[in-house]
Design a protein. Structure first.
Length: 330
């Protein structure tokens, strides 16, 4: 009867790559579809400049409020890019759009619950040799720290972007088709809106916009997922020793890991909570990952100029690393 025996063979790195690639694509595709559907209906039904009129006229206060919009309109990092692109076309200032884009994947109810759950069920921080177990900070402290640092960083980025003209930030196909009125401000696009016709025409417009945005966003997303899967399939766990050489090394490497792994913000806390590194490194991982990772870089490039994306990535890396270190010291 040995003919019927099927011994499982160990997975090869290539098999791991295929499984990881498919799992991440299948996990992220529904969120991209959701985001592009929202984008399509925004394009068809939202009057130009409406959200901008909801926000305070004072741009500084508008950016501050934009950092909290994720609590009302929760969107994950896979879906937020096409949404903010359409909102920019509808009149939302770039500073407010970028603030919302960076904060929404963290400052939303789903991520709050998942972070609380992850750190309440973690077994503690284990040393590499298993000789000792260090107690974790409480789940409320870690969750509130994640929200606070994310809010501080995203609002600060939004205030800085206020000084930029949108043509220096946005790709030509994304920027509104009128003259640049000045840093951080927009006027309503005076082009006639197709969406002003009957409801059936609006629905057709929404579906066409959804299809176009989905294809473009999915292309960048797939490239990022492929790079992520290569890293996760071919890099061994022996490198974990490097994460505990020093606290600064742990913070930098954990942010690098978050960048490459491209985890969803609703599940990354379960990885961080049981990872054998310092609490500051865990916090940096939780804040940096949802704002900047491999797949997001390629998705950002569909909206922003490459120079801006590079500056944003380096700035977030430095700012979040320092804030995480100082916050745990305080």
């Amino acid at each position: 009867m040995s003919f019927f025996r099927m011994d499982p063979e160990p997975l090869t790195p290539f098999t791991d790559f295929c499984l990881l690639f498919l799992s991440i694509v299948l996990e992220g595709a529904p969120f991209i579809l959701l985001g592009t559907l929202i984008s399509g209906f925004i394009d068809a039904y939202l009057p130009p400049g409406l959200i901008d009129r909801w926000l305070p006229k004072n741009r500084v206060l508008a950016v501050l409020l934009s950092g909290l919009l994720g609590a009302i309109f929760p969107v994950c990092e896979c879906a937020v890019v096409p949404v903010i692109r359409r909102l920019i076309r509808k009149g939302l200032p770039v500073s407010c759009a970028i603030t919302y884009m960076l904060s929404a994947p963290i400052i939303n109810p789903i991520v709050v619950v998942s972070t609380l759950k992850a750190f309440s069920t973690s077994l503690g921080q284990f040393s590499l040799r298993g000789a000792e177990t260090l107690s974790n900070q409480g789940p409320v402290f870690m969750t509130s720290s994640r929200l606070l640092l994310a809010f501080i960083v995203t609002v600060t980025v939004g205030w800085i972007v206020l000084k930029f003209r949108h043509h220096s930030v946005l790709r030509p196909g994304v920027a509104p088709r009128h003259s640049d009125p000045g840093p951080g401000s927009y006027e309503d696009d005076q082009r006639p809106a197709v969406a002003e016709g009957p409801s059936p025409n609006r629905l057709v417009l929404a579906m066409r916009t959804t299809m176009r945005d989905f294809l473009e966003t999915a292309m960048y997303f797939t490239i990022g997922v492929a790079i992520t899967s290569v890293f996760r399939a071919y890099v061994t766990e022996d490198l974990i020793v490097l994460f505990n050489q020093s606290e600064f090394a742990g913070i930098g490497l954990m942010m690098g890991l978050a960048f490459v792994l491209s985890l969803c913000s609703t599940s990354d806390a379960f990885i961080a909570a049981n990872f054998p590194v310092s609490q500051s490194a865990k916090l940096a991982f939780l804040v940096f990952g949802p704002m900047m990772d491999v797949k997001l870089v390629f998705m950002y490039l569909s909206v922003f100029k490459s120079r801006f994306v590079l500056i944003l990535a380096v700035s977030l890396f430095v700012a979040i690393g320092l804030l995480s270190y100082l916050w745990m010291r305080l």
